[in-house]
Design a protein around this ligand. Structure first.
Ligand code: BDR
Ligand code: CA
Length: 318
């Protein structure tokens, strides 16, 4: 069987880690590279986490390449993340990685792999879009080599605010990059509307914890700890669900019935105004602008949750 080559540009990140685990468990994907960007935690940590995740999931053939350390224009620095725990991946201590990253930078690896796979590569970006924007600046013909470009980001509501308004985190960290990317690439956007509609319940984490407790390998042990962190960090703090944003973007490419996309015009606010980082979706077509972005509108939540549980089973039984 000819596999679909994929790259995940990411900022691990708890939900990034689930996304990587899910992609790696899918028999039809060849996970060609993880490319690290700044975001949930500083780049030094997202880079380290990519290296560690590669070894945790025994992804010997997956490259890890380092990308941007800061957004294109905005000043942004976040040392710790309450959502993602110490170090960025639920406070989990990894064994020190043994394999080195690529000498080449993230944007060079993305472009070279896209050219190599000539129209077959599916590129996921589940962190701020700094690496992708940089890649497009350096290689304006990138779009013609991609099969599909799927992001987790944006939405009609937000989850971060520093200005009194609200925006989705990935777009908010680097709105300038997002604006450029939306202008240059056909984006399949899995935003907050979709990810929140696919939220995972406490009983589902209990099952994930139970299944992975039976595994006897690094990956299963890691997913057991990660599920426990997810459970504690949401339900343990009185919330009634937990959203595994980034994994949904991957899940939609594994089973197209999970996400239903519709095309709309989208505007990214990149000016230093109150609502910087917002993705304004022209749902009614009033702007008169050509739709430029496929937005995930409907989600099959039970299917997604089942996929997460099956993924845990896959690693536990390895
Ligand atoms: C996005 O922001 C990050 O915290 C998550 O990893 C996800 O990519 C959700 O807004
Ligand atoms: Ca992320």
């Amino acid at each position: 069987m000819r596999k679909i080559p994929i790259i995940i540009d990411c900022d691990p990140g708890v939900d990034d880690s689930y996304a990587i685990a899910l992609a790696n468990s899918h028999p039809e994907f060849e996970l060609v590279a993880l490319t690290a960007v700044e975001g949930n935690v500083p780049a030094v940590l997202t880079r380290y986490n990519c290296l560690c995740l590669r070894e945790t999931f025994e992804m010997e053939n997956t490259k890890v390449a380092y990308g941007a350390t800061v957004p294109l224009v905005r000043q942004y620095f976040r040392e710790i993340s309450v959502t993602h725990g110490e170090g960025g991946v639920g406070g989990i201590q990894f064994e020190a990685p043994t394999k080195e990253p690529e000498q080449k930078e993230a944007w060079d690896v993305i472009y070279e792999e896209a050219v190599k796979h000539n129209g077959e590569l599916v590129l996921f970006a589940v962190g701020p879009l700094t690496n992708i924007a940089t890649c497009l600046r350096k290689y304006p013909d990138l779009p013609k080599y991609l099969k599909k470009f799927v992001i987790m980001g944006g939405g009609t509501f937000g989850n971060v605010s520093a200005t009194g308004e609200t925006a989705e985190f990935n777009i908010w960290v680097d709105p300038h990059a997002a604006k450029e990317v939306f202008e240059k690439l056909e984006v399949y956007m899995v935003g907050l509307n979709a990810t929140h509609a696919a939220a995972v319940e406490e009983k589902d984490f209990d099952e994930m914890i139970e299944v992975t407790s039976k595994g006897t390998n690094k990956a299963s042990d890691f997913l057991n700890k990660l599920s426990k962190f997810s459970k504690e960090n949401s339900f343990g703090r009185g919330e009634d669900n937990n959203v595994i944003h980034d994994a949904l973007a991957v899940a939609g490419e594994i089973d197209p019935e999970i996400l239903n996309y519709k095309k709309y015009y989208i505007h990214v606010e990149d000016r230093e105004v109150k609502n910087v980082g917002q993705t304004i979706v022209d749902l009614e077509g009033t702007s008169g602008k050509e739709p430029n972005c496929w937005i995930a509108m409907d989600v099959d939540q039970p299917k997604f949750v089942q996929m997460m549980k099956d993924m845990c089973k896959y690693y536990a039984e390895k």
